[in-house]
Design a protein around this ligand. Structure first.
Ligand code: G1P
Length: 318
């Protein structure tokens, strides 16, 4: 049984400045929910309710988010907004959340080391705090991974097929398919150049690790970006023991860069029961317009004349 999750949430989020200057990237909302809440909900749905979040300086908002907010609860109760109140309470009550601060931002591998005492002699699931994984089946990504782990009882990493031009953003594995969608890993490379990629199977932010990983992390020198890379420790591990990759049935939403963040917001909004119909109609209408500024205007004459001027078609003298 996997009972513990470790959520690293200590990185600076420089790819999202200025939004992340005074706000953790894990608190960026997708529609109305911070990314890290999607991750915690994924853990809970997979029956993992002991969650350790590895934070860093400037990440207090994460801790507050999973705490109760008495003032807000009182306010919602007064206003009779019981559904919202329930929802808010659930977030803080369903999980046992522990936090620890990484002293210095020194990479994912280093962040995982902070969970050593908490996870002790148990296997645990690592869920990156800035990645939403959408599942195409009734089991979410953590659930699929746990199910596979329970069968093979070895460390296992979720991967997805990515186009060659994107491999440089991820850890990439080389493996032998031993059963459909399950690979025995031979090698892992962190952020390879396209021509050096061992495959197109990229690590997508969910891992089941066993306590042996800590010994390998201790021996891992700084790698890509001058940071301790979990991928490098796993590569060392793969040379000595069997570890596996699992091609999960779903899609990753990479919240770490602007364009993918926008795409994810659109894709998830188009699936939200309370928004999807109106949002779809909106997207279709905007895309049918020659200029998005035209959307929703009651009177288009002003914009028309400006556009005409821009095109040099305006012959008026003023
Ligand atoms: C980290 C890992 C990388 C993995 C990626 C998934 O990279 O180091 O192996 O593919 O997460 O999101 P980061 O996004 O922190 O640079």
């Amino acid at each position: 049984m996997i009972k513990k999750a470790v959520i690293p949430a200590a990185g600076y989020g420089t790819r999202f400045l200025p939004a992340t200057k005074a706000q953790p990237k894990e608190m960026m909302p997708v529609i109305d929910t911070p990314v890290i809440q999607y991750v915690v909900e994924e853990a809970l749905q997979a029956n993992v309710d002991d969650i350790m979040i590895v934070t860093g300086r400037g990440k207090r908002a994460i801790i507050d988010h999973f705490d109760r907010s008495m003032e807000m609860e009182y306010f919602l109760k007064e206003k009779g907004k019981t559904e919202l109140l329930e929802h808010l309470r659930n977030i803080s009550e369903l999980a046992d959340i522990y936090t620890i601060r990484q002293k210095q931002s020194n990479g994912l591998g280093d962040a995982i080391k902070y969970a050593r005492r908490h996870t002790a002699d148990e296997a645990f699931v690592v869920m990156l705090g800035d990645t939403i994984l959408e599942s195409f089946t009734d089991k979410n990504c953590a659930g699929q991974l746990i199910e596979t782990y329970n069968r093979i009882r070895r460390p296992i990493i979720a991967v997805e097929q990515v186009p060659t031009e994107k491999v440089h953003r991820y850890g990439v594995i080389k493996g032998k398919e031993v059963e459909p969608g399950v690979y025995l890993i031979e090698e892992l490379v962190e952020k390879p150049r396209p021509e050096e990629r061992p495959s197109n199977l990229a690590i997508c932010g969910r891992y089941i690790l066993t306590p042996e990983i800590f010994g390998y992390l201790d021996k891992t020198a700084c790698g890509k970006g001058g940071e301790v890379q979990l991928t490098d420790a796993l590569n060392m591990m793969a040379k000595n023991e069997q570890i596996f990759a699992y091609q999960f049935k779903g899609r990753r939403h990479d919240i770490g860069n602007r364009l993918d963040y926008l795409k994810s917001t659109v894709l998830l909004a188009l699936q939200r029961p309370d928004l999807k119909d109106e949002f779809r109609a909106f997207v279709q209408e905007v895309l049918s317009l020659d200029d998005p500024r035209r959307y929703g205007l009651c009177d288009t004459r002003l914009l028309d004349s400006i556009l005409k001027k821009d095109r040099g078609e305006d012959e008026s003298t003023d």
